[in-house]
Design a protein around this ligand. Structure first.
Ligand code: ADP
Ligand code: MG
Length: 319
């Protein structure tokens, strides 16, 4: 469990003059599930895309992304293709981005898997139907022979997950994998991702705007705001003992928590075009002082692996 799978250091991503991600540091160990949470626009998908080399050619990327010790940013597109799908796989928010709706599932599985592995069609079919079963799709033969448009959204998402895990990736990047599903199916998919980690020791980065899903599923959580990670730590620690005012507000905005009425988060995410000196959250933070607006926040450790990027000593103000 201590083997390092992914190490991101000082990652920044910009488009022309807009800085989207700034100084991101992330470590993911073998078998670890890391949850990335934050409101829409905080840069979660940009982070995932930078690991998958899916940013447009107009993106300027700085820093390092190492996977099993290899610097991904220095790989050629051919070398990247070897790793993608095979060792690092991605689940999209919307399964329709994944499949061609008018090509049979069987064809799409055979084509994708054979582009990475020399394996017979029959073997692919058997393995696929086993994987379907593992994911709770018991009617495997029918699904195998279906077109995506014939299946429900929840089924398509599970088929997409099946394809993502068929090559037994070491790292799975899941960008809001459950948001397009209804609540019952969401719970099933989350359960299946946890089983996957147990079965194969897969490391998972789970991106979600739902801090409840992240806390249930992840070992560690990184909270993103305005393209920065503002708090990072063990899930239990972050949820029970949040140190950053934004994390606290996110937790309070989850409906029906301890019977409390959610307060919601007032204000809007920052406009990344106009980031001033000082803390990105200072405009919306009820504890912010003039100092927070003028000076960059500092990293405060409040446990071995739990830190928050904030000028305020949270012990001084009752959260
Ligand atoms: P999230 O996934 O957290 O909702 P995104 O990573 O999709 O956030 O977006 C973060 C910010 O980056 C947004 O302000 C978005 O408009 C901007 N952004 C994303 N992609 C591009 C792009 N290709 N060019 C310019 N800005 C972009
Ligand atoms: Mg997104």
């Amino acid at each position: 469990m201590n083997e390092e799978m992914l190490n991101i250091k000082n990652l920044s991503v910009s488009y022309s003059d807009i800085n989207i991600l700034k100084n991101i540091d992330i470590n993911v160990k073998k078998g670890e599930i890391l949850g990335i949470v934050g409101e829409s626009g905080s840069g979660k998908s940009t982070l995932i895309k930078s690991i998958m080399a899916l940013l447009g050619s107009d993106a300027y990327v700085d820093g390092s992304i190492r996977f099993e010790g290899k610097d991904l940013l220095s790989l050629s597109s051919n070398e990247y293709r070897e790793i993608k799908g095979n060792k690092i796989s991605m689940i999209f928010q919307n399964p329709t981005e994944y499949f061609n709706p008018i090509r049979k599932i069987s064809k799409q599985f055979i084509e994708t898997i054979r582009s990475h592995k020399d394996i017979s069609k029959l073997e692919i079919k058997e393995k696929t139907i086993d994987t379907f079963k593992f994911l709770g799709l018991n009617d495997g033969e029918r699904v195998w022979n279906s077109y995506p448009f014939e299946l429900s959204g929840g089924m398509n998402q599970r088929v997409a997950i099946a394809l993502s895990i068929m090559l037994e990736p070491k790292l799975l990047l899941a960008d809001e994998p459950t948001s397009s599903l209804d609540v019952t199916v969401q719970a099933q998919v989350v359960g299946e991702l946890i089983k996957l980690r147990e079965k194969l020791g897969t490391s998972i980065i789970l991106v979600t705007h739902n801090i409840g899903v992240a806390s249930y599923m992840s070992d560690n959580i990184g909270v993103m705001y305005g393209g920065r990670i503002v708090e990072y730590g063990q899930s239990k620690e972050v949820i029970n003992n949040p140190k950053h005012p934004y994390t606290k507000m996110l937790i309070d905005s989850v409906p029906v928590r301890n019977g409390k009425i959610p307060t919601g988060i007032e204000g809007n995410p920052p406009n990344l075009k106009n980031i001033q000196d000082g803390c990105v959250f200072s405009d919306r933070c009820k504890y912010a002082s003039q100092k927070c607006r003028n000076e960059a926040p500092i990293i405060r450790y409040c446990g071995e692996n739990h830190w928050s990027s904030c000028l305020i000593e949270m012990e001084e103000v009752a959260l």
